[in-house]
Design a protein around this ligand. Structure first.
Ligand SMILES: Nc1ncnc2c1ncn2[C@@H]1O[C@H](COP(=O)(O)OP(=O)(O)OP(=O)(O)O)[C@@H](O)[C@H]1O
Ligand SMILES: [Mg+2]
Length: 208
């Protein structure tokens, strides 16, 4: 049985993502396409105009293009699913560089085996899990070094920090959510840690 609070949190998260994706699509497909159509109509109009009028319409077309490209950028920013657009490796690189910016003095290393490709669903879950693991390593571990490795269907995040007792109950929700995200996407999830030993978390793609 899933604890109801976790189920609720997961449902809220996916509702929010679905809503953002909808707004992104509306912006891009609806608004973007109508504006492109206006641009085309103006192009046809220009044929029968005096040179000055035509130049003015050309200016309007330039403004339209600007609006269209802004809409495209906004739609992409809203489309949080960088994992699906650019692949898990790229998305992890973004997480790693964010962590480097935040944790001055901590080395964050990322190694992705060439040709490593995960299906969308587990990749998306893995991205969210790694985000939480990095957050934890930065906040709790006092680590010097964090390594993320992805190879042959296994994604590993390890830090050389103080470690912790994985049996001990905490008020935190992060790891609980990670476990549930992993389970939902049929990813294996295991933590190896102990006081003074650093922490290794392994995610395993189903069938590996
Ligand atoms: N990499 C780590 N190194 C050392 N301790 C850790 C590490 N990851 C987790 N912990 C310990 O495990 C606890 C539980 O982690 P969890 O992510 O579930 O909760 P949290 O980070 O405390 O809070 P939340 O994630 O809800 O903001 C942490 O409070 C911390 O004591
Ligand atoms: Mg946490």
């Amino acid at each position: 049985m899933e604890p109801p609070v976790v189920e609720k949190l997961l449902a809220l998260l996916s509702d929010r993502e679905a809503e953002q994706a909808k707004v992104a699509r509306m912006l891009h497909d609806d608004a973007g396409q109508v504006l492109s159509a206006i641009g085309l109509h103006l192009e046809v109009l220009r044929v029968d105009l005096t040179p000055e009028q035509s130049a003015q319409v050309a200016d309007i077309q330039k403004l339209l293009e600007m609006v269209i490209s802004r809409i495209r950028a906004a739609s992409q920013a809203l489309h949080v699913n960088v994992v699906e657009r650019a692949g898990l490796g790229f998305a992890l690189e973004q997480l790693a560089s964010k962590a480097r910016e935040k944790g001055t003095g901590i080395t964050v290393q990322l190694q992705v085996a060439p040709g490593e490709r995960w299906p969308n669903e587990p990749a998306h879950a893995a991205y969210r899990i790694v985000a939480e693991l990095l957050e934890n390593a930065m906040r709790h571990a006092g680590a010097q070094r964090i390594e993320i490795r992805m190879q042959s269907g296994v994604l590993e995040v390890r830090d050389d920090g103080r470690g912790f007792d994985i049996e001990k109950k905490t008020a935190g929700l992060g790891l609980l959510l990670c476990r549930h995200l992993a389970k939902r996407s049929r990813l294996g999830f295991s933590i190896q840690s102990g006081t003074g030993q650093g922490t290794i978390v392994k995610l395993t793609l189903h069938g590996h």
